[in-house]
Design a protein around this ligand. Sequence first.
Ligand SMILES: C[S@@+](CC[C@H](N)C(=O)[O-])C[C@H]1O[C@@H](n2cnc3c(N)ncnc32)[C@H](O)[C@@H]1O
Length: 253
Amino acid sequence: MTDDSPIGIPSHPGVYDTIGSEYSRHRVPDARIAAQILHALGDARTVCNVGAGPGAYEPDDREVVAVEPSATMCRQRSTPAIRAVAEALPFPDDSFDVATAFLSLHHWQDPNAGLSELRRVSKKQVLLVFDMAQQTDMWLIRDYLPEVGVLDRRAPSLERVADALPGARCEVVPVPWDCTDGFLCSYWRRPRKYLDPTVRACISGIAQLKQEVVERAIGRLRRDLDSGAWHKRYADLVGRDNMDYGYRLVLAE
Ligand SMILES: C[S@@+](CC[C@H](N)C(=O)[O-])C[C@H]1O[C@@H](n2cnc3c(N)ncnc32)[C@H](O)[C@@H]1O
């Protein structure tokens, strides 16, 4: 990383020990996304949830084993988690009906090794991922904070995920305008939310950037909101109920 890199906190398996203390505050699982995930799990009885964080989207009617490397994230859970990384899962082959990973893959140091581990320990895999190529079209990233793209180039492309999980298929996960899970693109129709530092702290793509870079962009956003320029430029968003910003459910078995 060079001095002119916009990244302040580089990714590593324990990065949420630095950026995750308030994670649960604005990352409330969204009921519509939860229903889509539950449907994808089908009749699986045993679930291994990797990069589990506080436990979003873990079904409460199955046997779930959670895997999470960050102690800070484990403390926000109501059930215990095994401290491990996706790249080295401490389970024998075929231990679970399904292995899941929700918005975690872009943090893994070696996505291919992690995906191969998911396949080794489970019959079926269900992942919530995002395709950065589509996400860069979201106004915050395209017009205010393109530096997010530098960080999130760590997210493997959908093609790379499909190569690692043969036979995988993808479902679009639309982002509702009032999404309760405050990930990067959740506030596409509620721009003032990005002005709140506690909201930004729950979005790794922003929290890991140098804060002077973020504050410059957010200052510009604030001025555009106050002057009415934002609403004029993005007037077409106001009547929309949900958007496709590249979030995908990847299903393989
Ligand atoms: C954006 S959070 C998602 C948490 C949770 N799945 C959710 O949907 O709210 C990403 C999670 O991946 C975890 N993580 C980071 N590197 C990992 C790795 N190599 N293997 C497994 N999990 C990892 C982080 O500690 C963090 O809890």
